[in-house]
Ligand binder design. Structure first.
Ligand code: HAM
Length: 433
């Protein structure tokens, strides 16, 4: 028996939980600002929810087992299939477009590395029932605004955008068939992380995307900027239609004043199988960390999981890379203080008054603590300081006689005698100031 947490799983002592709570609060603020409503689903799902649609990579990382009722099940590795099922089941009763967000904990048996663990929390924002490019721009803008909420700017973060419609047209033109398309996507998705030896091995083994070669795929993945993409597709019969959504998405982001954040980059294709259109990922500008966020359009997933034909798109943003980035940039906030006020007794006889005052202040919503044993007032005030208390109330025999207590503002180093019944109101005044 080992006392350690499993590799890739985190303990959250209060100092770390404070960062997680800060991240979640910012996520909720921005998502609700865009009209998104929060939902959740089960952390354990039928295994085939993922084996049918998510793609080999994520399926290879599943925590799955057979439950006591002989059902093959898996801990959720992502939220999108659950969301697609939930919406498909209720589609008739929901007003479109649907704007839903969630902050699930997800589980993937990944190789542990900086920014990648075996559990993480992920903000998921998804817009369902809108096929037009304004929805693509809305979802990308939301992801950018989350970054801005943390104090990060266009110089810190790059939003790399591509489109599987244009990518597919270009790959088809180079001979990739429908059967080989997913293998071609997977190759492009891994390209940046491949060592020269892996690339050589890949080149010399037969690939499902033949007759296209690895170099054909590398050439397509190398397209940068809208004009390069537009001229590459211009030669294709359906080229104009394949690139139109990307052009419209960019124009909308430009109108929002967000074009500084965007890079058109065809190495972005996304590892998951179900994407059908716009795909994007957010990285730190120095690319020292793994992706912070990834998403895209998945217009056929609801049909295949729930028989409801609704276009959809969204993104997932993990707490792990984001937390690393905030720490690296000095943007991690100081954890909040544990208490507002410490109530101290001068003599053992003052203890019942301390209990009464503490209770009264807690009833008024003030965060209060006091010492359990008899200690010198100086020591009690040291505890108050260590717990981050802004205020201290000191009760001694003289105060008891007059029905008052000494209220100390530990920040301003002032002290005043306050009637016990008026303490809560005065504490609130000082805390607000
Ligand atoms: P994903 O790219 O697999 O997409 O994950 C999205 C983000 O979750 C990543 O960019 C990363 O920040 C975080 N993440 C993923 N795996 C790990 C891990 N092992 N450890 C730490 N963080 C991780 C999806 O999951 C899609 N379902 C997102 C989506 C929603 N697409 C449309 N709607």
């Amino acid at each position: 028996m080992t006392a350690k947490a499993l590799p890739g799983f985190r303990d959250f002592p209060p100092h770390d939980l404070a960062l997680r709570a800060y991240i979640f609060a910012a996520w909720r603020r921005v998502a609700t600002r865009y009209g998104f409503e929060e939902y959740d689903g089960p952390p354990l799902e039928p295994l085939d929810l993922y084996t049918s649609k998510s793609g080999d990579e994520i399926v290879g990382q599943l925590y799955n087992f057979v439950d006591k009722g002989d059902r093959p099940v898996a801990l959720r590795p992502e939220m999108t299939p659950t969301l697609a099922r939930m919406v498909a089941e209720r589609a008739n009763g929901l007003k479109k477009p649907i704007r839903w967000f969630s902050i699930p904990q997800l589980f993937r048996y990944e190789r542990q590395q900086r920014g990648r663990l075996r559990e993480h929390f992920q903000l998921n924002c998804d817009l369902i029932g809108e096929a037009g490019a304004l929805a693509d721009a809305e979802i990308i803008a939301l992801a950018i605004d989350v970054m801005r909420e943390f104090g990060l700017g266009a110089k810190d973060i790059r939003v790399r955008v591509s489109d599987r419609r244009a990518l597919t047209a270009l790959l088809q033109a180079r001979g990739v068939t429908a059967d080989g398309m997913y293998a071609a996507y997977q190759f492009i998705d891994k390209l940046e992380r491949m060592s020269p030896a892996d690339l050589e091995r890949h080149r010399t083994t037969p690939q499902p995307y033949a007759p296209a070669t690895a170099d054909d795929l590398i050439a397509v993945a190398g397209l940068r900027g809208l004009s390069q993409v537009e001229s590459a597709v211009a030669m294709l019969p359906d080229g104009a239609a394949a690139v139109a959504p990307l052009t419209e998405t960019l124009a909308a982001l430009d109108a929002m004043g967000l074009s500084d954040w965007i890079e058109i980059d065809f190495t972005i294709v996304r590892g998951l199988a179900y994407y059908t259109g716009t795909v994007f990922e957010l990285f730190d500008a120095g690319k020292t960390l793994r992706a912070i966020c990834g998403g895209g359009r998945y217009d056929t997933l609801l049909q295949s999981l729930g028989g409801v034909d609704l276009p959809a798109l969204g993104f997932g943003m993990g707490d792990v890379v984001l937390g690393e980035l905030l720490k690296d940039r000095g943007l991690r906030p100081e954890p909040p203080s544990a208490i507002d006020c410490f109530v101290a007794a001068v003599t053992p006889e003052d203890q019942p008054h301390v209990l009464r005052i503490a209770h009264q202040l807690r009833d008024a919503g003030i965060r209060v603590e006091y010492a359990f044993g008899q200690t010198a007032v100086g020591k009690q005030l040291k505890i108050a300081d260590a717990r981050g208390a802004r205020l201290a109330v000191v009760v001694g025999p003289d105060d008891r006689a007059t029905g008052t207590a000494q209220l100390k503002d530990l920040q301003g180093s002032t002290q005043e005698a306050v009637a016990i019944d008026a303490l809560a109101a005065r504490c609130h005044e000082l805390l607000a100031g």
